[in-house]
Design a protein around this ligand. Structure first.
Ligand SMILES: *Cc1c(COP(=O)(O)O)cnc(C)c1O
Length: 357
C-alpha cells in the first residue's frame, strides 16, 4: 500500500513516473539492459541528458545564454562551488533566511569576505527581510539567497534586484512556481525535493559567469568543466538524471510550471486556511512569506505533537515530524503530493483536534 509521504526530501515522486521506470527497469529502450547498467557513453544514454536539458529549458523558459548542468554533491557542494566559481574579488553578500542559507554563507567565508547583509535569525527565520530595504554592497561578486527555506517554511514573495549577479539555492521549490530566470546569475537545486531521487543537482548559470573560476577551484567544481562536456566530464548520476527526465516529461503533460503552481497554491491554501481557522494548530510564519512547499505547524504541546505524528503514520500520512530545529510537524507538499493527500491530512488534523483539544 502506498502512503502519502510528507518528507522534506528525498520526497514523493509521481506514481506514474515510478510505474514507468518500473516498466522499463530491466530493459531500457530495447538495449536489454537496465538504465542502471548502461554506460554514460552509450548512445542510448546521451538522448536522456539532452532531453532532460531541453525539457528543463522549456519548462523554466531558460534562454540560450544560460547553461544547464547536471552535477553531483548535492546543493551543499554548490555552497562551495559558488564562491569557487564567482568570488573573483573575494567579496560576496549573503541573505541568511534559514539553516541552509547560513550553511551557504559559512562555506562562502572559507574563500573570502562573505558578508551577511540581512538575516531573519532574530525571529527564528519566520520571515524574509524586506528586499527593498537591504544595503547591497557595490563591490560584491554576487548576492546569495535561498528562495524557499525548507526547514522554516518561508519563501521570497519577491526577489531582490541586485547589481551583482543574484545566486539562488532553489532546492526545495524549483519548478513549483514560475520564476524569471533572467533575473538570476545562477540557480542551483538538489533534485531530491521536487525533481528526482537524490544524486543529481541542477545548476543553471549565465554563461559569462562561468568563464573564470578561481585558480584553486577543483576541476570537478568548475561549472565550465561540466558545461564544456555536456555534464558528461565524468560518470554522471545516470539513474537520477533519467528519473529527472521522466519527472520533467510528466510535468509538461500536467501543463507545466504555471499549471502546477496553481495546484500548489491550492494545496497550500487548504492547509493554511485550516490552520488559521483552528485555535489548536499554529504556524507562526509571517503570512506573506509562507512557503507553498513546506508547511510547519505545532499543536499546543510537545506530547500532542508526538502523538499526532504517531497516529498520522498509522493512517498512512507519514514523515510529518518537524525538523529538529523547529520541532512540531512539517508537511512538505511538493509537486508530486496529490491534492488528495493534503485533503486527507486536513481531515486527519480536524479529527485529531476534536479528540485532543
Ligand atoms: C535540502 C536542501 C539543501 C541540501 O541539499 P543536499 O542536496 O542534501 O546537499 C540545501 N538547500 C536547501 C534549500 C534545501 O532544501
Amino acid at each position: 500500500m502506498r502512503v502519502y509521504n510528507f518528507s522534506a526530501g528525498p520526497s514523493m515522486l509521481p506514481l506514474e513516473v515510478l510505474e514507468e521506470a518500473q516498466r522499463e527497469f530491466l530493459d531500457f529502450a530495447g538495449t536489454g539492459m537496465s538504465v542502471c547498467e548502461i554506460s554514460h557513453r552509450d548512445k542510448a544514454f546521451a538522448p536522456i541528458v539532452e532531453e532532460a536539458e531541453s525539457n528543463l529549458r522549456e519548462l523554466m523558459n531558460i534562454p540560450q545564454e544560460y547553461c544547464v548542468l547536471f552535477v553531483q554533491g548535492g546543493a551543499s557542494q554548490q555552497f562551495a562551488a559558488v564562491p569557487l566559481n564567482l568570488m573573483h574579488t573575494g567579496k560576496a553578500d549573503y541573505i541568511v533566511t534559514g539553516n541552509f542559507a547560513k550553511k551557504a554563507w559559512q562555506e562562502g567565508k572559507i574563500y573570502g569576505e562573505a558578508r551577511v547583509i540581512a538575516s531573519s535569525e532574530d525571529k527564528t527565520y519566520t520571515y524574509i527581510p524586506d528586499v527593498d530595504k537591504i544595503a547591497y554592497n557595490d563591490d560584491a561578486d554576487y548576492v546569495h539567497i535561498t528562495s524557499n527555506n525548507t526547514i522554516f517554511g518561508t519563501r521570497y514573495a519577491k526577489f531582490p534586484e541586485t547589481k551583482a549577479p543574484l545566486v539562488c539555492d532553489m532546492s526545495s521549490e524549483i519548478l513549483s512556481r514560475e520564476v524569471d530566470v533572467t533575473k538570476f546569475g545562477v540557480i542551483y537545486a538538489g533534485a531530491q525535493k521536487n525533481l528526482a531521487p537524490a544524486g543529481v543537482t541542477i545548476v543553471i548559470a549565465r554563461r559569462d559567469l562561468i568563464e573564470n573560476p578561481l585558480p584553486i577551484c577543483p576541476t570537478m567544481l568548475k561549472w565550465k568543466t561540466q558545461a564544456d562536456n555536456g555534464s558528461l566530464y565524468n560518470t554522471p548520476p545516470c539513474f537520477a538524471i533519467y528519473m529527472a527526465n521522466l519527472v520533467l516529461r510528466h510535468l509538461k503533460k500536467q501543463g507545466g510550471v504555471k499549471a502546477i503552481n496553481e495546484i500548489n497554491v491550492y494545496k497550500a491554501g487548504l492547509l493554511y486556511d485550516f490552520i488559521d481557522s483552528s485555535s489548536f494548530y499554529t504556524n507562526n510564519v509571517v503570512k506573506e512569506y509562507r512557503s507553498i512547499m513546506n508547511v510547519p505547524f505545532v499543536t499546543p504541546s510537545k506530547e500532542l505533537d508526538e502523538k499526532f505524528v504517531k497516529e498520522a503514520k498509522a493512517v498512512g500520512l507519514v514523515t510529518l515530524k518537524g525538523h529538529r530545529l523547529v520541532g512540531g510537524m512539517r508537511a512538505s507538499i511538493y509537486n508530486a503530493m496529490p491534492v488528495e493527500g493534503v485533503k486527507k491530512l486536513v481531515e486527519f488534523m480536524k479529527k485529531f483536534e476534536l479528540e485532543n483539544a
